[in-house]
Design a protein around this ligand. Structure first.
Ligand code: ATP
Length: 347
């Protein structure tokens, strides 16, 4: 399947509904063929941003949307060459799988032989050949999701827009389909905007992630940048688990409840009243020589790793991830040391 991906540029796109600003003016560039994930809690403006790109919403007067060199700000959805998949899939229940996938081609009066070939190609790509003549209500959730994707791709869109396409599925299926979706998006190379509130989905699928909250962009970056170098507390708390150390600095060391952490001089850190670190950036150490001392409050076996909840080492409980299985009784005294590069200061 040949698709011609375009870069997308949003300039000063804001949105006001009946006097309420739900999207602050935002600037966003999406590369041709890139998968950009919009991630954030419910109501932060992800879907509104997607709908502005789709042509289902017009931005406030100052905003502009470009597909390549084309200004599409005022173009309706049917003239933008976008393929869209909604959380509900919005499939036509009275049509077969083939009917759904070929619907747009029929409306566009595409030559019957061309349409048939394209639909066959998509059914094969989505492993739906055996279901081609079934009505939609005989399909599983995962199969419906693939029909919705095939339908979105049938018109060879310049842009693929996906709004929480995996949310309606149960957790196990979601994990499988996430990997499939990843492989599919890589092989298609189509410019894709993917909306989700699920950080695992964002991490796996996004070339870059846009973290949004309350109608604003908090950070744009690769999954690694977002995870390891969160721009602020909102991002750090929304993506993964983060530990907080409150305390004060004395002679180049950060002192907190359970001990002190000596650090090489790093300007950003020496100003900070709080330090943060991820559970995997700490390890258990001999309490006598560890930076912090505390007590095991809980042990959670998570498969390939074990998460320890440790009290008394800092004002808040700390989470420390240890590879494999760890047998430690509640109340065991433990030491914690934190990798210096894992410590971050956040505004
Ligand atoms: P969710 O994951 O729940 O869909 P979201 O991040 O996609 O959330 P949006 O759907 O973009 O958020 O909504 C952002 C805000 O704009 C919300 O407060 C919502 O109630 C409001 N909103 C969205 N569409 C309209 C509309 N047509 N009229 C009035 N308010 C709207």
């Amino acid at each position: 399947m040949k698709l011609a991906p375009v870069p997308i540029t949003l300039t000063q796109c804001a949105k006001t509904f009946r006097g309420t600003r739900v999207l602050e003016p935002l600037d966003l560039s999406i590369g041709a063929g890139e998968t950009l994930v919009l991630l954030g809690p419910s109501g932060c403006g992800k879907t509104t941003t997607l709908r502005i790109i789709a042509g289902l919403e017009t931005p406030d007067a100052s905003g502009q949307v470009r597909f390549g060199d084309d200004d599409v700000t005022r173009l309706p959805i049917e003239r933008r060459q976008v393929g869209m998949v909604f959380q509900s899939y919005a499939l036509f229940p009275n049509l077969t799988v083939r009917g759904n996938v070929g619907y747009g081609l029929k409306i566009a009066r595409t030559d019957a032989a061309v349409a048939r070939q394209r639909v066959d190609e998509l059914l094969a790509m989505m492993r739906l050949e055996a279901h081609a003549d079934k009505p939609i209500d005989q399909l599983s959730g995962g199969q419906r999701q693939r029909v919705a994707l095939a339908r979105a791709l049938a018109m060879q869109p310049r842009v693929l827009l996906l709004d929480e396409p995996l949310t309606a599925l149960d957790a196990r299926l979601r994990d499988t389909l996430r990997s499939e979706m990843n492989a599919l998006l890589r092989s298609l190379g189509v410019t894709t905007i993917y909306v989700t509130h699920d950080q695992a989905e964002a991490m796996e699928l996004g070339d870059r992630i846009v973290v949004m909250s309350a109608g604003r962009i908090e950070q744009i970056g690769t999954p690694r940048e977002i995870y390891f170098r969160p721009a602020n507390r909102t991002v750090a708390q929304f993506v993964g688990t983060i530990n907080r150390l409150a305390g004060h600095w004395r002679d180049g060391a950060f002192e907190t409840t359970g001990g002190s952490i000596a650090l090489p001089q790093r300007a950003a850190l020496t100003q900070a009243p709080e330090l943060f670190f991820r559970p995997e950036d700490a390890h258990l150490a001999d309490p006598a020589s560890a930076q912090l001392r505390g007590m095991v409050d809980a042990v959670s076996f998570l498969g390939e790793r074990t998460r320890l909840t440790i009290g008394g080492a800092a004002p808040d409980a700390l989470f420390v991830d240890v590879a494999g299985r760890v047998e430690l009784a509640r109340g065991t005294a433990v030491g914690i040391s934190i990798a210096p590069e894992g410590l971050i200061a956040l505004s």
